[in-house]
Write a protein that binds this ligand. Structure first.
Ligand code: NAD
Length: 258
């Protein structure tokens, strides 16, 4: 299927690893022009070698000066913007609300929620000039369910859904679609460290914790990052021109998080 996105100008935050990297590559495979940013210099260097068609910036999405520099660079490299993928996010601390530090709470909200605001506010004036404008914000199943021992992450990801729905309602008149993606347990090192932290916190084995995490999931396999990437690319394509304000789950039917 030709998604008709040749030349689409796309910014993927945190595009040097994991879901962001898979998404950047999926856009590029459809003929889009892709700019990525990240804080991981080694991963950016690796991407410069392996994916030399993409342009890139070093940017911490929680730092407004850094984000301002990013958008200056995007203006230079892409000359405009048709799609912002607000992907940057950290797992945040694992622990009960009275155990986590205020610094860990603040950092998780700053990256996972305020980071999306920092990018969206500079992207919107550029998106208004596009004929096929969209924004895709990475939420999580933790943005749809309670997630014990991960309150900052869950609060940020529920916030992302509220942010997405508000932007969809306010930007529809400018032809800008805004959707959220809610992944479940995604294959990769990040989920293994999440499981390890929870196992330690609950004093159970890694295997036992993995089993508990899948207890409320109908399709008991890790989600492939490429499957998330394909959903994001579709939402940015002209075929999704009437899809906005949605929280799209790619999660094996997650009914509960443990
Ligand atoms: P990952 O840990 O594999 O990659 C995250 C990337 O973000 C890394 O390249 C890291 O350097 C970058 N990053 C971290 N802080 C940053 C900052 N302040 N500014 C810019 N870049 C920063 O994570 P992932 O699994 O690919 O997750 C991507 C998104 O998907 C996140 O928003 C995450 O919350 C969400 N998500 C992931 C899962 C999962 O199971 N992996 C599930 C649900 C939602």
């Amino acid at each position: 299927m030709d998604l008709q996105m040749n030349g689409l100008r796309v910014l993927v935050t945190a595009g040097a690893n994991g879901i962001g990297r898979a998404t950047a590559r999926a856009f590029a495979a459809e003929g889009a022009r892709v700019h990525i940013c990240d804080v991981d210099l080694a991963a950016l260097d690796a991407m410069a070698k392996s994916d030399s068609g993409m342009t890139q910036s070093v940017c911490d999405v929680s730092d407004r000066d850094s984000v301002a520099r990013l958008f200056d660079e995007v203006t230079k490299t892409l000359g405009g913007l048709d799609c912002l993928v607000n992907n940057a996010g950290i797992a945040g601390p694992t622990g009960r609300v009275d155990e986590i530090t205020v610094e860990d709470w603040d950092r998780c909200i700053a990256v996972d929620l305020t980071g999306q605001f920092n990018c969206a506010r500079l992207a919107v004036p550029m998106l208004k000039a596009s004929k096929n404008a969209s924004m895709v914000n990475l939420s999580s199943q933790a943005g749809k369910h309670g997630f014990p021992l991960r309150s900052p992450y869950a609060a940020a990801k529920w916030g992302v859904i509220g942010f997405t729905k508000a932007l969809s309602a306010e930007l529809g008149e400018f032809g800008i679609r805004v959707n959220a993606i809610c992944p479940g347990l995604v294959d990769g090192p990040r989920i293994q460290s999440v499981i390890a932290n929870k196992a330690r916190s609950m004093n159970v084995s890694h295997e036992e914790m993995t089993e508990r995490m899948f207890a409320g999931v109908s399709i008991k396999e890790f989600v492939n990052p490429n499957d998330i990437a394909k959903q994001i690319v579709f939402l940015a394509s002209p075929f999704a021109r009437t899809i906005s304000g949605q929280e799209v789950s790619v999660c094996g039917d997650t009914r509960m998080l443990s």
